[in-house]
Structures are given as C-alpha cells and as structure tokens.
Design a protein around this ligand. Structure first.
Ligand code: NI
Length: 173
C-alpha cells in the first residue's frame, strides 16, 4: 500500500521523531510501504515522518537500476562521525516537490543503526549515499534542506509550495 507524502509547509515535518523500541512485523510492513511509496514518487530516500509517522525510520535506495534494486533500511540511525571534507549536491525532497538547491554537507559519514532483523550495524558512507543519509537523518530531527539556505531563498521556496498546495486542493475540489 502506497502512503501519502506530506508536503511542506506542514507542522508534522518539523517534529522530532521517537526512537523505535522493537522491530516487529508491523515495522517491516511499514518500511516496505515506505519503500513502495518512495519508488513510486520516485525518490531515493524517505523518512517515516514524511508519511506522518513520528518514528526514527528511513529507507534509501540510490541504485539507478530499476531491475536491480538495492534498498537500505535504517532504524534509529545515528551519525557517529562526519568528515571535515565537504561535498555539494543539488538536493531535492519528496516533501518539497519541484524544489532543488545546492547544499554543502560533510562528504563522508559513519552511521550506527538497527537493521530489519533488529541487529546493530555500522556503515561508513561517502558520495551520494553520505548526503542522502544526512538528509534523511535531518528529517528525523525536523530539519529540511531548505533550512540551510538564506531566509530569502527559503521563504521563496515555501511561498511556491503554498501556491502548489492550493492548486492541488483546487483540483481535488
Ligand atoms: Ni527529504
């Protein structure tokens, strides 16, 4: 089942998500639905808060090949280390449709997380995956990529999104 993705501005997207206490079948099902929602959008990362669930859950798949999917599931992800070296990617977000901006972030990061089997894992990421992980962990803390922009640029994007939301409502009505 595909889930609805919340669009900024939405106060839920600014909430701090709670750690998950136990990995059970309902969480596995939810994360599969998050993945399905992300693939359909399409996007390369999705946090549970973007479908209105305030838990620290993230799905990512940066593989471009539709035939060979490489989904990653992160439960309670925590960034342990970020490199001093930075990189810049043009970022977008499924909660900010049509909006993109160049964002500078640490080029590498080390992540601690729990996998779908409830096991503690560690991962060292670089390149697009490192950026994607940091973007998604930001979501769990109520942070969006536009928060790194100047107030002027951020306000401009939010204004466009408000207009976009009104247009969608008009179509539904
Ligand atoms: Ni996002």
């Amino acid at each position: 089942m595909k889930r609805n993705i919340l669009i900024e501005p939405d106060p839920i997207l600014r909430k701090i998500c709670k750690p998950l206490e136990k990995v059970d079948d309902s969480i596995k099902k939810l994360m599969q639905e998050m993945l399905e929602t992300m693939y359909a959008a399409p996007g390369i990362g999705l946090a549970a808060v973007q479908v209105g669930i305030l838990k620290r859950l993230v799905v990512i798949d940066i593989s471009k090949d539709k035939e060979n999917r490489e989904p990653l599931f992160f439960i309670n992800p925590e960034i342990l280390h970020k490199s001093k070296k930075t990189s810049v990617y043009e970022e977008g977000c499924l909660s900010l449709p049509g909006q993109f901006a160049e964002i500078e972030r640490p080029a590498e990061c080390t992540l601690k997380y729990v996998d779908l089997n409830g096991k503690q894992k560690e991962l060292k990421a670089e390149g697009l995956l490192a950026t994607c992980i940091q973007h998604e962990v930001d979501h769990l803390n109520g942070i969006l990529f536009i928060d790194y922009l100047s107030k002027l640029k951020k306000d401009m994007i939010i204004k466009k999104l408000v207009k976009h939301k009104k247009e969608i409502e008009r179509v539904i009505v």
